[in-house]
Ligand binder design. Structure first.
Ligand code: CS2
Length: 468
């Protein structure tokens, strides 16, 4: 027996389950990129709004490519359990906000229909860094065109991916995909639709067999879509909505609505995500499976602390960075999360440009040290060998995997050439860093150390040559 509408009443108490009607009102939100993150983050915020009696926050969840999860969710009436756990406690919850589902590649017309549906008020997106394609823009344009032609209200279209200025990027992408015939549509979009920037944060690892087994034990029924997350969550969104009254509603549900999303975005991308990527690559190469194992190693923890304090924080506009750093280190150590380093290392070529170069450039501008980032960049090169220090091989999941592996393949024979080839790529580092000889020299140095001594010894060496 699986979790579904019919089995909800049979769940072991005290699990929080939806108390509101899940049919009878069309979804007000179309979410593109129905994965683990959305289901354990925004879907739970919308669940709270639904619980308060506002029926406009049901979700039409769209899987962008893979039908697997959508099929499992359909079999469970859109229901799934979330385990929320950290040092302060553990509880299970079943959010009920996913009302309908589609797969964009095979059911595109349904998705366009959903965007164009009269009840739809919001489109939210977590399509990952590499998902910002002309095809995505076309999908949005096709839905919006129908709204315009049918004289329906505009939408709030909120990108929630880990990209700086994500709302601006999405709007620019949509505009770039428009044709000269779309002039009136773009005018309507400018006047009626809002593309707020937003920063979302919650650590939600991909589900594992362990979490599915734990869900079965807690619920008393099978749940093929269960997830595990931490208690912490944050959603900061620009005060820019198609319906301005949404600001107060979201605030009431714990969302921070502000004119200044930028400072939250940059702190999150460079502190949390920047450290995550460094640890993920280090973990992959040293054979540590999860982030908690990395932060649990005292030298890696000190490395991450110093990366944030010495190289990232001087360039942040967020002044409470020390508290933010300490909270992050505690979150990374959450023993319940089992956040796979290989999951985070996925698509590193798409993630690193947001996460590392701004801090390195900032350090160069103030003639300060960037050794932690240089060591991390050298670990990335080592990672492209596809085999860890114990000799176990792994796969590089990255749209740039072929070119990265080609650059990295001969790194033992021609280390300088490999470092140079990696660091000269403007798609990864921007236009400034490829010209910086001190940066290239430093990555070259750490790369040599890593090949000779291994990652752990190189990190210890870096720490020992610094003032504590
Ligand atoms: C992670 C993020 O996989 C990754 O790239 O850094 O998914 C991270 O867990 C979230 O951004 C946390 O909010």
């Amino acid at each position: 027996m699986n979790l579904a509408n019919a089995t909800l009443p049979k769940l072991s108490s005290p699990i929080k389950t939806p108390t509101y009607a899940r049919t009878g009102h069309a979804p007000g939100v179309v979410h593109l990129g129905l994965g683990a993150f959305h289901r354990a983050h925004q879907a739970m915020v919308f669940d709270q709004l639904l619980s308060q009696g506002d029926p406009r926050w049901g979700i039409h969840g769209v899987g962008m490519t893979q039908p697997g999860l959508v099929n499992k969710l359909r079999a469970q009436d859109g229901l799934y359990a979330v385990r929320v756990a950290d040092a302060n406690g553990l509880q299970w919850q079943v959010p009920g906000s996913v009302w309908r589902t589609s797969v964009a590649t095979t059911e595109r017309a349904n998705v366009v229909q959903a965007i164009a549906a009269p009840a739809t008020r919001w489109v939210t997106l977590t399509v990952t860094e590499k998902g910002y394609t002309p095809a995505l823009a076309q999908l949005l344009l096709d839905g919006l065109r129908q709204r315009q032609q049918n004289n329906l209200p505009g939408l709030t279209i909120a990108s929630c991916d880990n990209l700086q200025g994500n709302g601006h990027k999405l709007k620019a992408l949509v505009k770039a995909a428009a044709t000269p015939q779309d002039t009136a549509l773009l005018q309507w979009m400018d006047a009626r639709c809002a593309f707020p920037c937003s920063m979302v944060d919650r650590i939600v690892p991909a589900a594992t067999p362990e979490i599915l087994a734990a869900a079965h034990a807690a619920l008393g029924v099978q749940d093929d879509c269960a997830l595990s997350t931490e208690a912490f969550w944050e959603w900061v969104i620009e005060d820019h909505f198609a319906d301005p009254s949404d600001a107060a509603l979201l605030q009431g549900a714990g969302v921070r609505v502000t004119a200044d999303v930028h400072s939250y975005e940059e702190a999150k991308l460079r502190m949390l995500n920047g450290s995550h990527t460094a640890m993920a690559l280090m973990g992959a190469v040293t054979g540590r499976a999860v982030i908690a194992d990395c932060i649990g190693a005292p030298h890696l923890r000190t490395f991450v602390e110093r990366l944030m304090s010495r190289e990232v924080s001087p360039h942040l506009s967020r002044s409470d960075w020390a508290d933010y750093r300490d909270a992050l280190i505690a979150r990374f150590g959450n023993p319940f999360l089992l956040h796979s380093v290989h999951q985070i290392a996925t698509d590193s070529s798409q993630k690193i440009p947001q996460r590392w170069p701004p801090s390195v450039q900032g350090q160069i501008a103030r003639s300060a040290s960037f050794e932690h980032h240089a060591l991390a960049a050298a670990v990335w090169l080592r990672y492209t060998l596809g085999v860890n220090e114990q000799g176990q091989s792994y796969t590089l999941n990255d749209p740039q995997a072929p070119s990265l592996m080609a650059i990295g393949a001969a790194q033992r024979q021609h280390p300088h050439e490999s470092v140079k080839a990696l660091l000269s790529r403007e798609d990864l580092w921007g236009t400034v860093l490829p010209q910086q000889t001190a940066w290239i020299a430093s990555v070259t140095h750490w790369h040599q150390q890593i090949l000779q001594l291994g990652v752990d010894a190189s990190v210890r060496q870096l720490l020992s040559q610094e003032t504590p």
